[in-house]
Design a protein around this ligand. Structure first.
Ligand code: HSE
Length: 304
């Protein structure tokens, strides 16, 4: 009998990009990898080692694979999983989306079925309701998405290759749930208009390569003003990025990571954002990332 190994590689993602709250998402060149074989019983190895992720009940990837197997009317006997996590957990860089997308693609690879958008969302939303992370993790690139009761609509646009994303990852976790609990139930009409204008300008600035518009276009009144109470040094980190020549800066997803878009001075921008965090007693590290255009990659290796 041949033994099948499925290898899945999923990019990190950043949602919102400032004004595009719950709408914009961008895939980044930082990856989680999942290498799995069918097995009797669940055996998980993690790199870096995580006792939490090695417990099958906490491991989102295993939960998704098990769910898909049962959805096919089959019994889930187990899996041998090697999980390499480069995307930090609970930092607004899409680590859960990576596990969900990887689990779905593994399930479909094993059961040899084509995956439609409709099926993807039906399954993915059982585990996380945010297309702004799920879609770029799956498809790569920059995506604008919206969800109605019936359907998810989305469109990908080309993101300029000369823009890099400087991410500054603080050493504290922030759950999306906590970062959503601080949001108000309603917002003033003028704030809705404020974001509508900036989100539209962001898209046109990207499409027309008018980078000087990004600074104003990446401002936001829907989520960052409320979330910044959870991010010590938020204003100073943004300012330090802009002072060093960043095109724009914002919170990554629900945080705690902050990011800057830039075409030069990448390390200088990163170091100054780290320094701004440190003045507020927060340790952080910076990474200079590219936009990932490919999205998820699946390899199936059969050994006889
Ligand atoms: N758009 C979501 C938020 C992303 O900002 O809460 C969370 O994954």
């Amino acid at each position: 009998m041949s033994k099948k190994t499925v290898k899945v590689k999923i990019p990190a993602t950043t949602a919102n990009l400032g004004p595009g709250f719950d709408t914009f998402g961008l895939a980044l060149s930082l990856y989680n990898e999942f290498v799995v074989q069918e097995e009797n019983g669940v055996f998980i190895e993690t790199y870096p080692k995580s006792d939490f992720l090695e417990d099958p009940h906490n491991n989102l990837y295993i939960q998704v694979v098990k769910y898909l197997c049962e959805r096919e009317g089959k019994t889930f006997y187990g899996a041998k999983l090697k999980q390499v996590s480069n995307i930090p957990v609970a930092r607004g860089l899409g680590s859960s989306a990576s596990a969900i997308v990887a689990g779905i693609l593994t399930g479909y690879a094993v059961h040899k079925k084509g995956l439609t958008d409709e099926e993807f969302f039906q399954i993915a939303y059982r585990f996380e309701p945010h297309p702004d992370n799920l879609l770029p993790a799956w498809k790569g690139g920059f995506i604008a998405a919206l969800r109605t009761e019936e359907k998810t609509y989305y469109q990908r646009i080309d993101f300029p290759e000369d823009i890099k994303v400087v991410v500054v990852i603080p050493d504290f976790e922030l759950s999306t749930q906590k970062a959503r609990e601080v949001l108000p139930k309603t917002i003033p009409y003028r704030d809705a208009i404020f974001n509508l204008q900036r989100a539209s300008l962001f898209i046109t600035a990207i499409q027309s390569r008018k980078y000087d518009l990004l600074k104003v276009a990446m401002d936001d009144r829907l989520h960052q003003p409320y979330r910044k109470s959870l991010i010590p040094g938020f204003n100073e980190v943004i300012k330090s990025a802009l002072d060093c020549g960043a095109l724009g800066a914002c919170l990554s997803g629900a945080g705690s990571t902050m990011l800057a878009l830039a075409t030069e001075n990448f390390d200088k921008i990163g170091r100054s954002m780290v320094e701004a965090f440190s003045l507020h007693g927060i340790r952080a590290e910076h990474r200079v990332l590219e936009v990932d255009k490919e999205g998820a990659k699946v390899d199936i290796v059969e050994e006889s």
